[in-house]
Design a protein around this ligand. Sequence first.
Ligand SMILES: *Cc1c(COP(=O)(O)O)cnc(C)c1O
Length: 339
Amino acid sequence: MQINLLSDTVTKPTEGMLKAMFNAEVGDDVFNADPTVNHLQEKIARLFGMEAALFFPSGTMANQVAVKIHTQPGEQLICDKWSHVYNYEGGGVSFNSGVSCNLIDGERGMFTAEQLMEKVSNREDIHQAITTLVTIENTANKAGGACWNLKELKKIKQVCQQQDLALHLDGARLYNALIAKKERPQQYGVMFDTISICLSKGLGCPVGSLLLGSNEHIKKALRYRKTMGGGMRQIGYLAAAGIYALDNHVDRLVDDHNNAKKVGAALEASSVIKKVEPVETNIVIFYTNDDIDDTDFVNKLASENILITGMGQGKLRMVFHLDITNEMVEHVVQVLQKL
Ligand SMILES: *Cc1c(COP(=O)(O)O)cnc(C)c1O
């Protein structure tokens, strides 16, 4: 029994999902002729109360296309210093869109409307890059799956409206936030110009992300997706997995959150662990005591068939997902108690 806590991207399709994929009706999506893709796109747009959606091969491409839609070369976007668009997309915002990132020194991947206000550039000053976009990440990945406060997001939206800034949500794990905070998709749909959502994380699909927005934005996104080489053919097989996940894998995210909390508590109780970040969703970030080498710690767990990620400087991460059973969680807790 291998317990893979490296990421929630490691899941394999369930039998039900495979069956849905196998039975999908497909067509050539570049000719807009795949009924299953269209069904998925319409379904998620309806759930969020937004006009349209577009399927993407990855969350990175969905974010990159969103940045492209909202900016012109030379402009600037504002995001938290820990955000995925800045740290983990290969410098794509400058490569694809020619924009720079003005980083906010936030708290656990999140910031306030006030902090945003301080960063917005002065359009009258020709020395400054023009700010045109703000990106938010919910849940905040690098912070350990932290969830934003909806009230603060509303204030941020007001700033964006006053300053004429577009607002994009990197919602790779938005469904984890919705479940943890008991929020509704429409509350986000009304607030953001575009939202990207990963099907391949907690929702358990083998591949796929969606970008949601207005008809006008999604029309542009279709063109940019093609430009980036993301026009695909019989992807109804993948969209069928997405439809299945939205119908079957959303409510169960609470199990992942509970498992993360259980293991988080076991880590708290361990004498070799210095600190555990608050566990809000499916990610647990923690630090070993200074006298313990984190690589040794990772190897020790690996020898018990538990795979976790070392993030450097004593920082370690576990991610809970669909393929982690109660039995596995018990085993992890027992191993931690023995350390
Ligand atoms: C995983 C992730 C993405 C998208 O990553 P892909 O691997 O390209 O699908 C974007 N943002 C965040 C916060 C993520 O965790």
